[in-house]
Design a protein around this ligand. Structure first.
Ligand SMILES: Nc1ncnc2c1ncn2[C@@H]1O[C@H](COP(=O)(O)OP(=O)(O)O)[C@@H](O)[C@H]1O
Ligand SMILES: O=C(O)C1=C[C@@H](OP(=O)(O)O)[C@@H](O)[C@H](O)C1
Ligand SMILES: [Mg+2]
Length: 201
């Protein structure tokens, strides 16, 4: 487990990674509510810092520039933020960003392409899915899966689960429910789609 590394004294309580549309932002907000903590999203931080939408940054400056802005946004958030942090789906492509995540409670939210098409298929706010979203989503997922697995401490599947059910599964997977800040435990019957990785980095 990535817990072999000493935990950082100060770091977000949960970091969410995974493909576009899996629910990092939605579930991250819910988790922050349940833990009574703050929420940050690297995409929102980039938009606020740049004063431009993500799609415009891609068009005007290209993906490589976006990845460097994203690395800086993640570095800042990890330094400043103690709550829940959601990353953009491609943040793990950058080796510097992956290094920043080492030893942190990173959760890989996963889903199948059919579910992805339902969630983001028609949404053009994601520039990488502007053309043939279903095929592109699948291609990106296959190219990135090993990075998500590398940085994550646990994997939580989201197919067929509501955002609230996914949030419960994340708390279960990280064994966070028992924390006083977590509030009353939910009355679910476990998290069958949750598993610790066998060979985390
Ligand atoms: N578990 C879920 N079930 C159904 N729809 C979901 C779920 N999680 C998120 N969504 C929807 O999918 C879309 C993408 O969610 P979002 O949180 O923006 O994903 P991400 O940040 O991973 O790209 C939103 O419309 C959101 O309401
Ligand atoms: O997967 C990607 O490369 C991207 C994912 C997006 O974030 P979400 O995963 O929150 O949609 C956003 O950072 C940008 O459009 C690029
Ligand atoms: Mg998001």
């Amino acid at each position: 487990m990535s817990g072999e590394r000493p935990a950082r004294a100060q770091a977000p309580v949960i970091v969410l990674v995974g493909p576009m549309g899996v629910g990092k932002t939605t579930v991250g907000e819910l988790l922050a509510e349940r833990l009574g903590t703050g929420f940050r999203d690297s995409d929102a931080d980039i938009v606020a810092a740049q004063g431009r939408e993500i799609a415009d940054i891609f068009v005007d400056n290209g993906e490589a520039h976006f990845r460097s802005l994203e690395r800086e946004a993640v570095r800042l958030a990890l330094a400043e933020h103690r709550g829940v942090l959601a990353l953009g789906g491609g943040a793990v492509l950058d080796s510097g960003t992956r290094e920043l995540l080492a030893g942190l409670p990173v959760v890989f939210l996963s889903m199948e392409v059919a579910e992805a098409a339902r969630r983001v298929g028609l949404n053009t706010a994601r520039p990488l899915l502007a053309v043939n979203p279903r095929q592109e989503w699948k291609r990106l997922m296959e190219a990135r899966r090993h990075h998500y697995t590398e940085v994550a401490r646990v994997v939580v599947t989201t197919d067929g689960r509501t955002p609230g059910e996914v949030a419960d599964a994340v708390l279960d997977a990280l064994e966070l429910k028992h924390l006083p800040e977590a509030g009353p435990a939910a009355d679910d019957a476990g998290a069958p789609g949750t598993h610790a990785k066998e060979n985390p980095a």
